[in-house]
Design a protein around this ligand. Structure first.
Ligand code: ADP
Ligand code: MG
Length: 279
């Protein structure tokens, strides 16, 4: 694996869908071997940024380079693993775990998805390493959220990626699984992989990642979580007031005001959990 050069280089990039521009003025450099998170509210363009880096979005201007090569729509760059947002997948599609993992390789090289014994052995090796041993013939709809993430990781690793992009790997999995996913990403990063993930979870980023990029149409801030997570930056990124607690050891982002669960004596709704805050 080369250590020279940048994993990602964006120079004044604008990107969108059709004529609609979703992100603009993006300039970003990610060194090889970095581990960074992208945060921002829903619809701020996090998924679009990852799609741009995988050749799945329309560049409206600027230059996008990944692992030293210019990225163009419809030509996915080599060496990039992509774990899509779980919510974006049709889990009812009747394929097995092994087929998903192997198709990453075969789709490009063969017109008919027919796998050699060596390919299958390699795939099963990765599934074993990721704790999915024995599940290769299982239909993907049977998997839990954490297993779905790891299936896509196995697929990315089988393709020998150098840059791993993960869209919301902390969404739709429980806390223990979130820890497992993080430990696994930590190991891969330790082995030299560059990791860029998106997340809703500011405190996950603050606690675990060395670098965070805040996004809302433009990059609103970029740096270490302790430097980046300020009330000012968060207000600019989320258009909502938030409070930052820092005891010198940890940075935690909370709602600026406690959320009122009761609307007062005039409120006629029966005491259901309807008022509970959706997450
Ligand atoms: P995030 O991942 O931060 O929630 P997205 O990148 O998914 O944000 O979306 C950014 C904006 O682009 C949103 O306004 C969304 O409606 C729009 N958008 C996303 N995907 C498409 C698409 N396939 N076609 C048109 N507009 C899209
Ligand atoms: Mg998204």
């Amino acid at each position: 694996m080369g250590t020279q050069g940048l994993a990602v280089r964006l120079r004044d990039v604008a990107v969108g869908y059709g004529s609609a521009t979703v992100l603009r003025g993006l300039s970003l450099e990610l060194e090889r071997g970095e581990f960074a998170g992208v945060v921002g509210p829903s619809g701020s363009g996090k998924s679009t940024l990852l799609r741009l880096l995988t050749g799945r979005a329309d560049e409206h201007g600027g230059v996008t380079e990944v692992l030293g090569h210019r990225v163009r729509r419809g030509r996915p760059p080599k060496g990039v693993g992509y774990v899509p947002q779980l919510e974006a997948i049709d889990w009812e599609f009747p394929v097995t775990v092994e087929q998903v993992v192997l198709l990453g390789d075969a789709a490009a090289s063969a017109p008919v998805p027919w796998f050699s014994r060596a390919e299958r052995r390699r795939a099963r090796g990765y599934l074993d390493r990721l704790g999915l041993g024995g599940l290769h013939d299982v239909r993907i709809r049977e998997l839990s959220g954490g297993q779905r993430q790891r299936m896509f990781l196995a697929r990315a690793l089988l393709r020998r990626c150098e840059l791993l992009l993960l869209d919301e790997p902390t969404s739709g999995v429980d806390l223990a699984t979130r820890g497992d996913v993080l430990r696994l990403l930590g190991e891969l990063h330790h082995l030299g992989l560059t990791v860029l993930l998106t997340t809703h979870d500011l405190n996950f980023v603050a606690a675990h990642l060395p670098r965070v990029v805040c996004l809302n149409v433009e990059i609103t801030a970029d740096g270490a979580p302790r430097d980046v997570f300020t009330t000012d930056v968060l207000a600019r990124t989320y258009h909502a007031p938030m409070r930052v607690l820092d005891d010198g050891e940890r940075v935690v982002v909370v709602d600026a005001e406690p959320i009122r669960l009761h609307a007062g004596p005039d409120h006629l709704d029966p005491p259901t959990d309807r008022g509970r805050r959706a997450r």
